[in-house]
Design a protein around this ligand. Sequence first.
Ligand code: PEP
Ligand code: MN
Length: 363
Amino acid sequence: MLVVMQAHATEEQVRAVCQKIESLGYRAHPIPGAQRTAIGITGNRGEVEAGTLEEMTGVQEVIRVSKPYKLVSRDVKEENTLISFPGTNATFGGPGLAIIAGPCAIESREQAFAVAERVSRAGAQFFRGGAYKPRTSPYSFQGLGEEALRVMADIREKHGMKIVTEAIDNESLELVEEYADVIQIGARNMQNFSLLKRAGRSKKPVMVKRGMSATLEEFLMAAEYVMSEGNYNVILCERGVRTFADHTRNTLDLSIVPAVQRLSHLPIIVDPSHGTGKRNKVTPLSRAAVAVGADGLIVEVHHDPDKALSDGIQSLYPEQFEELMAQVRQIAPVVGRTVPAIGTHAAVGKTIGVQAGVRPAAS
Ligand code: PEP
Ligand code: MN
């Protein structure tokens, strides 16, 4: 159920409707839009009686939302969600693309800083690196845990890049939310509903990666879980799904980008590293992802991939990442996007990050 307020409805009227909803035992999610505020109603007590709400002042209409996802839907919010980081030009869902780069895992302080130096110089506004690794084998490298989080916090301090890293369970999420700027929920956890709910109670933006066999609806429902707990800063990430094709590690499903954008206001980025599993395919698929309208990229880069403890085969050499950025810079303007200029992401307080370009509307 969705309460659409009149364009001129006052804050008190919105508050009164929210209080009414809560008094009926539901949760109210006021989502301000450019034209008007919509209030999503969630709760597991069944349908709300629309009549009482319809009669309240400032209410335009009460709509039944037939789709299973509500808060992620464009029915609730027509315009794109913009997630920004004060003091930087790093955004998700704005005209500027979000570029996340770094190693699969933090292996040592030296390794992390060597990669950070290069990706920062090439223009990445976000640094990635696993501290907790969900590995297929329990005998594979599992990550350095909090030590890795501390290293990444120092990288943010030095290079101004924002930190994106994965939480694999409620315990690691406690620490990840303390150190990171964006909490990553990995493909294997896309339907770990208690973890999604816990992330929904965090104040930090959450990036949900698509599960290996998740449908579009399941993917959106994972984001709905996070939002239902009150965290509306959710980023979706397409990272490939498992198919019969064996020329790549996964099949990168770029068609999900416009499909998501049609249904949801949330930003969606693409991971061509896990999506292909092959270094030589990462740059071509990055170009394609930008061309299809993705809001950003997450790319694995290692200064010495042959010695990487995880995912070396799909990790770019730093010079390959520089070339990827050069190519993406050429594609972006064709689709009305920009790539923030090199070295500007840490420009605290300056406005040089704001560049022309409009994210294309959903079609
Ligand atoms: C990762 O980004 O390091 C990762 C493990 O990704 P995914 O969850 O998509 O496999
Ligand atoms: Mn990886």
